[in-house]
Design a protein around this ligand. Structure first.
Ligand SMILES: Cc1cc2nc3c(=O)[nH]c(=O)nc-3n(C[C@H](O)[C@H](O)[C@H](O)COP(=O)(O)OP(=O)(O)OC[C@H]3O[C@@H](n4cnc5c(N)ncnc54)[C@H](O)[C@@H]3O)c2cc1C
Length: 468
């Protein structure tokens, strides 16, 4: 028998470990490991619970079961191997330092018990080390990475295993509740998890919206992106399945613009892989700047401003709408993530690590590769980062990407009924005009023009330039 340890591959089909390797019956297992749970948060745990329930149903319909246990992974897996007489175990490759250290401990423990282990590369099309510069180094510039990623052949998806591959087992342990695991209920309405949900999302997106992706993806009110991120993060859909479907959409695209839109979407899938490579080769990026400056960046400690940011009370409408969307839905539109991250680091001058930590706690799709990549990009400390002197103006960003203030007014009720022009001018209105237009909405907590100058000086000092 072989244990298959599910982690971020919460799906039965397009799961390589379930259909490759020996013919031994497979015993599927999920472990709630307290060491990993200290880094988790309610929205993600809720999504994982949904996804486990769906996966368990799938196994049960095939006279098998998903064994769900709690405890440290090395001890639990060794115990299960012993209990079920398994002499092999498989799992999909992890990319973070934390995940890889845990997997090493598991492999050592199982080796001591005489259990052979197999790591399957399943979460990316192209694994770290397979797309490199001509000198064999990992890329730190996305555009070069993309050219190779784009042209490289992708493996097709694989089907789910037949019932004959699965161990005949009855797992009695229920899936623990959030409270059992020590979590509060999420503040947000978390999108439903599960592999079927992922399939529906993918098919819906690829049968129409994908063709408008290029034109509408930067419009948060348009809801024009796939919202596949929680599914790709938790592996309720396989990357090969996504790519096959996207390629089919490209083949049936009605015109050249639609085909280009599909290619732009493929580019986002490549960003995801790029950031996984960065994390794999530089696991310390989760806490350290990727890019070195001559001097430390003098981030400010400002708990009050940080609180205004997390609560969506900064007086910058697009920033507040994004932060409130995050609290309400455990998800935020990509353009708005860029705006709020720039605002935290370049207007409030607060360390990106504070923002990353908040996103880690609130996002249903948080994964260290993409989240860290996004934060370090915005903070000008990352691989292909926004140059430090290009600072988003939150007012013009709002006006450009949400011209009718539809998105803003959806998430900031105090501004409903206020003219979009006034909303986009909020920063420049007189206090009396603001009170008249929306008495309950705050005045801007900082002056963007003044903060922009301070941010430039802060980065110049970090670069060893005068900065005054
Ligand atoms: C500060 C910041 C933090 C972020 N944190 C995360 C995170 O924790 N988890 C996460 O999955 N993405 C993160 N992103 C990237 C991006 O915002 C989300 O992937 C995207 O908004 C998810 O929505 P979607 O699935 O509708 O995206 P779509 O536009 O439909 O894109 C499809 C998929 O491509 C990938 N993708 C898209 N944009 C990016 C990107 N810029 N970088 C890497 N992969 C991308 C995602 O897997 C996404 O699901 C972050 C971006 C920023 C600026």
């Amino acid at each position: 028998m072989r244990l298959h340890w599910h982690r971020t591959d919460l799906r039965p089909s397009d799961n390589l470990a379930l259909v490759t390797g020996d013919d031994d019956p497979i015993l599927p297992v999920y472990v709630f490991d307290p060491r990993i749970l200290t880094h988790a948060a309610p929205p993600r745990v809720a999504f994982v619970r949904d996804s486990l329930a769906a996966l368990r149903e799938w196994y049960r319909a095939r006279e098998s079961d998903l064994v769900v246990v709690r405890g440290e992974a090395p001890a639990e897996l060794a115990r299960l191997a012993d209990e079920h007489g398994a002499d092999a175990a498989s799992w999909a490759q992890a990319y973070s330092g934390l995940g890889r250290r845990r997997d090493d401990r598991v492999a050592d423990r199982l080796a001591d018990a005489g259990v052979e282990t197999r790591v399957v590369q399943d979460h990316l099309h192209h694994e770290p080390g397979s797309i490199t510069t001509n000198d064999g180094d990992p890329y730190s510039v996305y555009s070069y990475f993309w050219k190779k990623w784009r042209d490289r052949e992708k493996s097709p998806s694989v089907s789910a295993p037949g019932a004959d591959r699965l161990a005949d087992v009855d797992a009695e342990t229920p899936i623990p509740t959030l409270a059992d695991l020590g979590f509060d209920d999420p503040e947000a309405t978390v999108p439903p998890g599960g592999y079927e949900e992922a399939r529906h999302r993918l098919n819906d997106f690829c049968s129409g919206p994908i063709y408008r992706y290029e034109a509408a993806r930067d419009r948060p009110a348009a809801d024009a992106t796939s919202r596949l991120s929680p599914h790709l993060t938790h592996g309720t859909v396989g990357v090969r399945t996504v790519h096959d479907r996207v390629v089919r959409a490209r083949e049936t695209a009605p015109d050249e613009d639609a085909r280009e839109a599909v290619e732009t979407f493929r580019g986002e899938l490549a960003w995801r892989e790029f950031y996984h490579h960065v994390l794999y080769f530089d696991p310390q990026v989760v806490t350290e700047n990727y890019r070195e400056y001559e001097n430390p960046i003098e981030w400010r400690e400002d708990p009050e401003a940080l609180r205004a940011w997390t609560d969506g009370e900064t007086g910058y409408p697009i920033v507040d709408a994004g932060m409130r969307q995050l609290r309400a839905e455990a998800w935020m539109h990509n353009r708005v993530r860029m705006i709020v991250a720039s605002f935290l680091t370049k207007d409030l001058l607060i360390d990106w690590r504070e923002g990353y930590d908040w996103f880690r706690r609130k996002l249903v799709d948080h994964n260290p590769a993409n989240d860290n990549g996004g934060w370090q990009w915005a903070a000008s400390t990352g691989t292909d980062a926004q140059p430090y002197f290009r600072i988003f103006n939150p007012m013009t960003q709002g006006e450009r990407h949400d011209p009718d203030a539809e998105y803003i007014r959806e998430y900031v009720p105090e501004l409903r009924g206020v003219d979009p022009e006034l909303i986009h001018d909020w920063h420049d209105l007189s206090p009396a005009r603001r009170r008249e237009a929306a008495p309950d909405y705050p005045a801007p907590i900082v002056d963007h023009g003044e903060r922009r100058e301070r941010a430039l000086a802060m980065f110049e000092r970090a670069r060893g330039e005068d900065g005054d």
